[in-house]
Write a protein that binds this ligand. Structure first.
Ligand SMILES: CC(C)(COP(=O)([O-])OP(=O)([O-])OC[C@H]1O[C@@H](n2cnc3c(N)ncnc32)[C@H](O)[C@@H]1OP(=O)([O-])[O-])[C@@H](O)C(=O)NCCC(=O)NCCSC(=O)C[C@@](C)(O)CC(=O)[O-]
Ligand SMILES: NC(=O)C1=CN([C@@H]2O[C@H](COP(=O)(O)OP(=O)(O)OC[C@H]3O[C@@H](n4cnc5c(N)ncnc54)[C@H](O)[C@@H]3O)[C@@H](O)[C@H]2O)C=CC1
Length: 439
């Protein structure tokens, strides 16, 4: 099919599936059956999922895994992780267990401030604009009172609003740069509602402001939206122990291990090609928790990588050092997470994941997520600087390779036994399966 579809959104779910199956698949019945096989047998539950997004035809599964033994600030957590990548959950679990016997993770929330901006164009005298802003600033607070009342009762609300001159970046470009405290919510809807009211207050007051010329009164609001860059909504996670205590399987020489580990982190600090992969390893853990807890992983990803580039060059999000015989490893991340709002109470499995974590506050969830990010980074670097990443990763990935072939239970057993002694690679598995089949 190579033509536009008109009115797709108006079709029923069954009609959408039929259209897709008939136009894109040789075996339309099989395609239709596959899509339907992922429906939930509970019709009410299926309807709930259908209504999360638009043009829904089915559910797209991601596995939900568990990483136990996360000792964080003296309390054990069992962490839900939703991810498609093999070895991520095993790596987190292994690192959690390793650090649980060495004091666990220490985490602190450094800040929770969120940001939103009204972007507008103004042609005229800058001093007059500043005088106008100073005069109307209280109105931004009073005219959003109906929106902010409940948030204020929770201890949140609008923190401050500034006028920012951005004309060096673009002619006539100014901003209302506002900061917010949104407590247990990620805050997108609260912030955007406040910003849209700021924009209205700005425009209406400008039109009536005697200090402006007729052109100046016509300032133009371009858009009002929160920023997913939250450099003051930061959480820190840290682990440390005596270098000698790092000894374990594959860490026979802890001094050498610690030294290599610190060097690996330093390379990520100075070399962006390495830093991106290093940080991807951190996000293996962070995203899994973010998805499992129904948070906005696109917002988190965008914010984290902007933070990693805040000094002008993209760098490592984690740091490691050895001081007086102690190994220190830490991480700071901007994480605007919510434990209310969005899908948190709507999606039954998301609700289950919050329950598993003891229904944390947003600040607690920030800390758990940062600890998982640090654990993931530790596991990857531990492998990279000792056995290499492929040994453990391919061990976990073996099932995915086997599942691409028709193998009996008996053959599966033989493959598993063989690869306990031999290095796993896609071609080695294929060769071994061919060898089994030819005998
Ligand atoms: C994969 C392991 C954990 C194997 O490690 P191992 O030493 O072979 O594991 P083990 O069989 O000795 O078990 C030790 C513990 O590991 C965990 N574990 C072990 N196996 C499982 C399993 N099947 N299911 C659940 N948990 C598992 C579990 O906690 C277990 O304790 P237990 O539960 O027995 O008390 C290790 O080699 C490892 O941590 N590797 C790193 C893997 C990794 O980082 N994967 C991410 C994907 S690669 C990537 O995307 C990121 C990267 C690497 O590019 C980032 C970067 O470059 O920085
Ligand atoms: N650029 C972005 O990141 C954007 C994200 N979104 C989406 O917005 C959603 C998140 O928005 P939210 O405003 O967080 O969700 P929301 O509007 O669903 O729920 C948050 C609301 O819950 C209420 N609330 C109850 N108890 C609270 C407590 N203890 N603390 C704080 N608030 C409490 C407040 O009224 C608060 O505004 C996500 O699904 C995200 O994908 C939407 C637009 C843009």
């Amino acid at each position: 099919m190579n033509e536009a579809i008109s009115g797709f959104s108006k079709l029923s779910k069954a009609e959408k599936i039929r259209l897709i199956a008939r136009n894109y698949f040789k075996d339309a019945d099989a395609a239709e059956a596959l899509v339907k096989s992922y429906w939930n047998s509970d019709e009410k539950l299926q309807q709930l999922h259908d209504e999360f997004i638009e043009n829904t035809i089915s559910n797209f599964y991601l596995p939900l895994g568990i990483a136990p033994n996360f000792l964080i600030n003296g309390r054990y957590h069992t962490v839900p992780m939703a991810t498609e990548e093999s070895s991520v959950v095993a790596a987190a679990a292994k690192a959690a267990k390793f650090w649980a016997s060495r004091g666990g993770f220490r985490t602190t929330v450094i800040g929770t401030e969120k940001i939103g901006q009204v972007h507008f164009l103004y042609t005229g005298d800058k001093d007059k604009l500043q005088a106008f802003f100073d005069k109307v600033k209280p109105d931004f607070f009073t005219e959003t009172q109906s929106i902010t009342k409940n948030m204020q009762q929770r201890g949140g609300g609008i923190l401050d609003i500034e006028l920012r001159d951005k004309t060096q970046l673009m002619p006539d470009y100014y901003q209302l740069h506002a900061t917010f405290e949104t407590k247990d919510s990620m805050g997108a809807n609260f912030i955007n509602s406040c910003l849209e009211q700021f924009a209205l207050t700005l425009k209406t007051n400008a039109l009536q402001y005697d200090g402006f010329s007729e052109t100046e009164k016509e300032l133009k609001v371009v858009m009002s939206i929160l920023s997913n860059y939250v450099p003051h909504c930061i959480v820190r996670a840290e682990v440390s122990c005596a270098v000698a205590d790092l000894r374990e399987k594959n860490i026979e020489n802890p001094e050498l291990f610690a030294e290599n580990f610190v060097q690996a982190v330093r390379i990520a600090a100075v070399e962006p090609f390495r830093a991106v992969t290093h940080n991807k390893g951190i996000m293996n853990g962070v995203d899994s928790v973010v998805v499992a807890t129904g948070n906005d992983f696109r917002a988190i990803e965008a914010g984290v990588h902007a933070y990693a580039a805040r000094k002008g060059s993209y760098t490592s999000l984690s740091e490691a050092r050895i001081e007086d015989g102690i190994f220190y490893f830490s991480l700071e991340l901007p994480l605007a997470l919510g434990t209310v709002g969005g899908l948190t109470t709507l999606h039954p499995l998301v609700k289950f994941c919050h329950g598993l974590l003891g229904n944390p506050s947003a600040q607690e969830l920030m800390q758990i997520t940062a600890a998982v990010g640090l654990a993931q980074n530790f596991a990857a670097l531990r492998s990279l600087t000792t056995t290499g990443i492929q040994q453990g990763h391919m061990k976990m990935h073996l099932n995915n390779i086997i599942n691409q072939f028709e193998v009996s239970a008996e053959e599966r057993e033989l493959i598993a036994t063989h690869f306990q002694q031999h290095a796993v690679s896609h071609s080695a598995v294929v060769d071994f399966i061919n060898h089994l089949k030819s005998n």
